[in-house]
Design a protein around this ligand. Structure first.
Ligand SMILES: NC(=O)c1ccc[n+]([C@@H]2O[C@H](COP(=O)([O-])OP(=O)(O)OC[C@H]3O[C@@H](n4cnc5c(N)ncnc54)[C@H](O)[C@@H]3O)[C@@H](O)[C@H]2O)c1
Ligand SMILES: O=P(O)(O)OC[C@H](O)CO
Length: 336
């Protein structure tokens, strides 16, 4: 590829903007696409994103537009960072404007409701592109820390390793260290299910259950993620890597995590409606807990923590009842 590479980033929220900064710092020319003209104008005139990353100066090679064709003109990468459940509808509008060789990159950590499809599958469906043109970036990457250029590692996954390496080189900076992986299924599952486990840990923290409960939920959460991954053909080692354990630890321990915070509020006794009202950004696990459970049932996999989160979040089960039921499941060996 002749440099500088050009990237269109769809979504001017916290991660779209922060990852746009990473790409720019790595030498790319970046155009952010956003829905709202006021925010695109503010990004272009103030060199900040006042709604999502206030006070953080954007590199000079980042600009914004509301026109998808303008964002995509000459783009090597089309980076998708909108809420997972909106991807299908949005991408249907953007796909006809894609270049013939543009690599599509998912930053999203969700599973589609109804179809139980991973985001890369939705991209392949809607854009009509083969799997080797679709990559995923995932891992312990809290947007605010990355926008502050605090160090993080990440995973760039694509079935075609050469494509993963191109993207790796396009987003490798002093503070952002991407590793490649060809296990797209495992990487995407790690990212989507950790949001559900983050909700569970948040609920436990809100209830004041302590650090043993947290360690137990993280570990058993990883066990159920791995079971699902194995049933879907993922490499089990992916789950002990950045896309699995790494992201789970960051999400379950950080006050910056929207999923964890959402859970804390529920655990403290807020109703679902009250919790939604105070949540200003995307907490993917709230919707994806249902699609992950759907996926688990389609594959005949037992995911008790995910099921418990669905019971609490969507069926209004009182947290104390859910806890009692989770703790009184039948005794079993650890590795099953
Ligand atoms: N924030 C993080 O730290 C982080 C890190 C890694 C991955 N992610 C993932 O990235 C994805 C985006 O998250 P985010 O943190 O940027 O969310 P966000 O809530 O900060 O921003 C979402 C963006 O999507 C836009 N949007 C909302 N509804 C839309 C619609 N119907 N059509 C088009 N645009 C719409 C919003 O205006 C906003 O620009 C999620 O899947 C999330 O799990 C986030
Ligand atoms: O704020 P959350 O819970 O969506 O988590 C953000 C990132 O996924 C952490 O890697």
């Amino acid at each position: 590829m002749t440099h500088p590479a050009k990237a269109a980033v769809f979504g001017t929220g916290s991660w779209g903007t922060a990852f746009g900064m990473v790409l720019a710092d790595a030498g790319c020319e970046v155009t952010l696409w956003g829905r709202r003209a006021e925010l695109a104008d503010a990004i272009n005139t103030t060199r900040t994103n006042p709604d999502y990353l206030p006070g953080i100066e954007l590199p000079s090679s980042v600009s914004a537009t509301t026109d998808p064709a303008e964002a995509l003109r000459g783009a090597d990468f089309a980076v998708l960072a909108v809420p997972s459940q909106t991807l299908r509808g949005n991408l249907a509008d953007w796909a006809p404007k894609l270049g013939a060789d543009t690599i599509l990159v998912s930053l999203m950590k969700g599973v589609e409701l109804g179809t139980a499809k991973r985001m890369s599958e939705v991209i392949e469906d809607v854009a009509g592109v083969p799997a080797d043109r679709v990559a995923v970036v995932t891992g312990p990457n809290l947007a605010k820390e990355i926008a502050q250029r605090r160090p993080a590692a990440s995973v760039v996954a694509c079935r075609d390793e050469a494509v993963a390496r191109r993207l790796q080189s396009a987003c490798h900076t002093q503070y952002f260290r991407p590793y490649t992986n060809t296990d797209v299924v495992g990487c995407e599952l790690g990212g989507a299910v950790k949001n559900v486990i983050g909700l569970a840990v948040g609920i436990a923290d809100g209830m004041g259950l302590g650090d043993n409960a947290k360690g137990s939920l993280i570990t058993r959460g990883l066990a159920e993620t791995t079971r699902l991954g194995l049933a879907m053909g993922a490499d089990p080692l992916t789950f002990s890597g950045l896309a699995g354990l790494g992201d789970l630890v960051a999400t379950c321990s950080s006050p910056l995590s929207r999923n964890h915070t959402f859970g804390v509020n529920l655990g403290k006794g807020m109703t679902l409606q009250e919790t939604i009202a105070v949540t200003k950004q995307t907490a993917e696990g709230v919707k994806s807990c249902e699609s992950v459970l759907d996926l688990a049932r389609r594959h005949g996999v037992d995911m008790p923590i995910t099921e418990t989160v669905v019971d609490i979040v969507h069926d209004g089960k009182p947290t104390v009842v859910a806890l009692r039921e989770l703790m009184s499941r039948s005794a079993k060996p650890e590795r099953r």
